[in-house]
Design a protein around this ligand. Structure first.
Ligand code: AMP
Ligand code: GLY
Length: 436
């Protein structure tokens, strides 16, 4: 392994807002002398050498690139790349990488696997049943009644879940998955689970399989419109830390969920090295797992990483080298808010190629503009190239100020059809505290 070198060439695999935030954090490390990103995007191109023709999901192409460019360390941060075994393939050619191997990334790529793991090891989660036959699934939904939650087993870009308010709605989604093949093989098996009430929190936890290091908590906003209305998206904004995640919930989550999950994966010979994304529901019975992801969240990462003072590359290396216990986490003690700016029509149908203006005007406001779906067409000139276009983040001593500053920055930006939620972080009030 070359990771003991003082300086290194680092490759980040992916091209969204999360990868921009990861690149920016790694770039700050004195250890990183050369930063590459595949495929990258318009904004990442300002801080890293991008390889737009290398798809994040093309394992062979990523390995080829890493070999050709003498890369010392790779950060694999997208779900599909992890599920496809990119980390394993890099290991085969002697290049260490941040992220779980394929056999541990399964905690995200199969909900059926992760539910069974939680059941076996008594990790608190919603009660559930798994079906690979439509009629049995429909009978079960009828017997349970609504509200009830229907999930595709496999990866579905965060869109494979319906919280059905009626039995008919649940059956409709079962039909889409099992009859119409909406998510292909990902929906051949469905998980049907108990509807949980409470507030949601994201906990990103670094682990090398021996030690756990929780990063600041956060909270995503998945629905496309204000007041949590409209269809689910990849995430429309995030705040960090979550004011709902009290010390009591944090301690309970650590003892009852994080440690048992790490131990369970070790016991199953699926040691997880990387970052586990615990999506938690804070219920009156304590925290419960809604789902696991095997990677940093998007856009949570854009809110969380600016709060970390420690050298992120050093932390990631310590995970890969199984010496996380030697590290400490230094935080700014601030709060942050990331507002996602999206293309008109997202998450359904949207146009690309719209000229973006105003990004430079946000500098005076100390905003960090993470690019998600942009293309650089000339110096300082960007056009849209995806559904989620930018993640505008501000930090401040307290959350209300961070939110207000992020929105001041968003208002400087414009492109044809642009839309964003106006209530990121604003729905947390005293009522919510009582609700849990
Ligand atoms: P997932 O893709 O599993 O994160 O689910 C997407 C969203 O559906 C979550 O963020 C929750 O808001 C909601 N959800 C998932 N599972 C449940 C559940 N068992 N009870 C209530 N809401 C849920
Ligand atoms: N923000 C949700 C996710 O990254 O899965």
């Amino acid at each position: 392994m070359n990771v003991g070198l003082k300086i290194m060439t680092v490759l980040v695999v992916g091209g969204g807002g999360r990868e921009h935030a990861v690149c920016a954090a790694i770039k700050k490390s004195p250890k990183c002398t050369r930063l590459l990103c595949a495929p990258g995007n318009g904004g990442i191109a300002k801080i890293a050498e991008c390889f737009p023709t290398v798809s994040a999901t093309d394992v062979d192409a990523v390995v080829e690139l890493a070999k050709r460019e003498n890369v010392d360390y790779v950060a694999v941060t997208t779900d599909e790349a992890l599920a496809a075994g990119t980390v394993d393939a890099l290991e085969v050619v002697g290049i260490p990488a941040f992220g779980p191997r394929k056999n541990a990334a399964i905690i995200e790529s199969s909900k059926a696997f992760s539910k069974a793991l939680m059941k076996k090891y008594n990790i608190p989660t919603a009660k559930y049943e798994i079906f690979d036959e439509r009629s049995a699934a429909v009978e079960y939904v009828k017997s349970q009644g609504a509200p009830i939650v229907v999930k595709a087993d496999g990866l579905a870009l965060g869109k494979g879940v319906v919280v059905a308010q009626t039995v008919d709605e649940a059956i409709e989604f079962i039909d889409e998955l099992m009859l119409n093949g909406k998510f292909g093989a990902s929906g051949a098996k469905v998980v049907i689970e108990e509807y949980l009430t409470g507030r949601e929190v994201t906990a990103l936890v670094l682990t090398d399989g021996k030690t756990l290091m929780p990063l600041p908590s956060s909270m995503d906003h998945k629905r496309v419109y204000d007041n949590d209305e409209g269809p689910n998206t990849g995430g429309m904004g995030a705040i960090s830390p979550s004011p709902l995640y009290s010390r009591e919930f944090a301690d309970a989550s650590f003892q009852r969920i994080f440690i048992p999950t790490m131990n369970a994966l070790n016991a199953e010979s699926r040691t997880f090295k990387g970052v586990i994304y615990f999506e938690l529901m804070l219920t009156t019975d304590g925290p419960k797992v809604i789902e696991y992801n095997a990677r940093f969240g998007d856009p949570e990462t854009q809110a969380v990483l600016p709060l970390i003072k420690s050298d992120m590359l050093e932390l990631m290396l310590s995970v890969t080298e199984e010496r996380l216990s030697e590290m400490s986490l230094e935080l700014t003690r601030e709060a942050s808010c990331c507002v996602v700016v999206a293309s008109g029509g997202y998450p359904v149908k949207y146009d690309t190629g719209k000229k973006i203006s105003g990004i430079d005007d946000t500098e005076a406001l100390d905003a960090i503009v993470y690019h998600a779906g942009t293309k650089l067409i000339a110096d300082g000139e960007y056009v849209t190239s995806g559904g989620r276009v930018l993640g505008v983040t501000c930090t401040a001593a307290d959350l209300p100020t961070a939110i207000q500053r992020a929105y001041s920055a968003v208002e400087k930006i414009s492109f044809d059809g642009m839309h964003y939620r106006k209530d990121i972080g604003r729905r947390i009030g005293s009522d919510d505290r009582r609700a849990i």
